[in-house]
Write a protein that binds this ligand. Structure first.
Ligand code: CP
Ligand code: NVA
Length: 320
């Protein structure tokens, strides 16, 4: 059973927690392939709060709960009016009396830390403007399948915006001894506030910043990208389309990576912008394994967190 009560940030997880999550996720995936049923969460309910749209996060958590014998309740943005109709801390207190876990996708990261600070049941971050830890964990699970469990010394290159997904990946790579490269235009790098927190959470972090995506791709084991325009940034669309134009995973970047390099994207992808069809559908792509692994990985997280007894709330700091 993992030590952490919540999964708000990668930094909530100890090295032992990480090892356990990856092991349980791989086991659950193998068991599902053999049609073995695991219903350890029978009778348990997960509340899923969404302030933003979702395909993968919503469906993978809901199906994951069903497969584990429990159920999930989808709470749409307009339904509960988090922080508007009702204070976030009151929502956390009320839900703690009904459900066994809360998964939340929000704009402000503070909303997730507020939920965690007032909840008596585990809170799981399903993406905030600041981070996307479940995505990063599923991405590493996918890389482990490609390269083996020991990823130390590998090079993981993120092409594009130093955003929520990049932050969670940077810390996780730091924790696992993977060099994390970011190829980003000036002004879109990982910022100093984050890097200070990241170095605390992952003292061994090897972060390399490039402006040229070609230089960054050279010798990389993983080429990774995400949308240039994250949810909530739609107003910056025109400007971002110009600034990020050359930050695209394509056959040229792939030719500079190692011969066995894999291509990943957290999805949804804007084909022809941050990634070409060739790269996304070609032999190096692990994009759809990665999407599938969201479910296996999160089932492990649910299994390890939702069986914990309710506890009195503990203030939750903004981790990295
Ligand atoms: N990658 C990801 O979180 O996808 P959704 O936005 O569809 O949940
Ligand atoms: N950075 C993207 C990730 C989508 C899964 C966003 O926040 O919209």
């Amino acid at each position: 059973m993992v030590d952490s009560f919540h999964l708000v940030s990668i930094s909530d997880l100890s090295d032992a927690d990480l090892a356990e999550i990856f092991e349980v996720a791989a086991d659950l995936k193998a068991r599902l392939r053999r049609n073995e049923v695991c219903t350890s969460l029978a009778g348990k309910t997960l509340a899923m709060i969404f302030e933003k749209p979702s395909l993968r996060t919503r469906v993978s958590f809901e199906v994951g709960m069903n497969q584990l014998g429990g159920r999930a309740i989808y709470l749409a943005p307009n339904e509960i009016g988090l922080g508007k109709r009702e204070a976030t801390r009151d929502v956390a207190r009320v839900l703690s009396g009904y459900v066994d876990g809360i998964m939340a996708r929000t704009f402000a990261h503070q909303t997730i830390t507020d939920l965690a600070s007032y909840s008596r049941v585990p809170v799981i971050n399903g993406l905030s403007d600041w981070s996307h830890p479940c995505q990063a964990l599923a991405d590493v699970m996918t890389a482990r399948e490609a390269f083996g469990a020991d990823l130390k010394g590998r090079t993981w290159t993120f092409i594009g915006d130093g955003n929520n997904v990049a932050r969670s990946l940077a810390i996780l790579c730091g924790r696992l001894g993977i060099t994390f490269r970011l190829a980003a235009p000036k002004g879109y790098e990982l910022d100093d506030t984050f890097l200070t927190k990241a170095r605390k959470a992952a003292p061994e972090l090897k972060y390399e910043l490039y402006e040229d995506p070609r230089e960054a791709s050279r010798g990389s084991d993983v080429l990774y990208t995400d949308t240039w325009i994250s949810m909530g940034q739609e107003g910056e669309r025109e400007e971002r389309m110009k600034i990020f134009k050359s930050y695209q995973i394509n056959s040229e970047l792939l030719s500079l990576a190692t011969p066995e390099a894999i291509v990943m994207h957290c999805l949804p992808a804007y084909r022809g912008l941050e990634i070409t069809d060739d790269a996304m559908d070609g032999p190096h792509s692990r994009v759809f394994d990665e999407a599938e692994n969201r479910m296996h990985l999160q089932k492990a997280v649910l299994l390890l967190l939702l069986q914990k007894p309710r506890r009195d709330p503990v203030p939750c700091a903004e981790g990295a």
